[in-house]
Design a protein around this ligand. Structure first.
Ligand code: DGI
Ligand code: FE
Ligand code: FE
Ligand code: FE
Length: 188
């Protein structure tokens, strides 16, 4: 595996400065959440650093990777927002030599969530949402909830993102809805 220095160099090579700064803030937030939740801090660090590795790839690169790695062909109907995590995980594996499936799944699920997420995946999902550079309405509530309970944070983010997307008349990726239904408390 690459040293931290080498990993940072390879990531910064693929991202512009603002995106690389975001990645470093997500790493720091993920480390804090890992410490609070007794999760492997090293894994949280690596997952935070790589989560947006593929964010600035071209559509052409993603379409090629979907076919090359035999991923679900329905992915071709979506775009960068969905691809950079799910398809990005394959690029991270091949190009950065990170094979830890817990880390790769955390990347795969960092945008849409998943019906089942490990604590590590929940941490990356939430760190991306509440890192100190985020300033959308509700981020204060999201931070408080997340530091109190990771699960409460996950539910808050999923519900907020879903209603934000609907309000903007954006297409909802089916997994986003599956995640919502799986995480929202039942019997209501
Ligand atoms: O990569 P980041 O900007 O750090 O954050 P992210 O990976 O969480 O991506 C967030 C974007 O993805 C945000 O603009 C909302 C969008 N998104 C999340 N779920 C869906 C979605 N977009 C569509 N169209 N459909 C979804 O289900
Ligand atoms: Fe992302
Ligand atoms: Fe996110
Ligand atoms: Fe991100």
């Amino acid at each position: 595996p690459y040293s931290r220095e080498e990993l940072m160099a390879r990531i910064s090579d693929k991202l512009d400065q603002p995106r690389f700064e975001h990645v470093k803030r997500v790493e720091q937030t993920a480390i804090e959440l890992a410490q609070e939740n007794n999760v492997d801090v090293e894994k949280a660090s690596v997952a935070g650093l790589v989560h947006d590795y593929a964010k600035q790839r071209s559509d052409k690169d993603f379409k090629h990777a979907i076919i090359q790695y035999d991923l679900d062909p329905d992915l071709l109907n979506w775009g960068n927002a969905i691809w950079h995590g799910v398809v990005g995980a394959e690029l991270i594996k091949m190009e950065l030599g990170i094979y830890d499936e817990d880390i790769l799944n955390a990347v795969r699920y960092h945008t849409t969530g998943n019906t089942y997420m490990t604590s590590l995946a929940q941490i990356v999902f939430m760190a991306d949402y509440i890192e100190p550079g985020r300033n959308f309405p509700g981020v204060g509530v999201a931070r408080r909830l997340t530091h109190h309970s990771l699960q409460d944070g996950v539910v808050y983010q999923i519900a907020s993102t879903l209603s934000y997307l609907v309000q903007r008349q954006a297409k909802i990726y089916p997994k986003t809805i599956e995640t919502y239904n799986a995480w929202v408390p039942s019997a209501s």
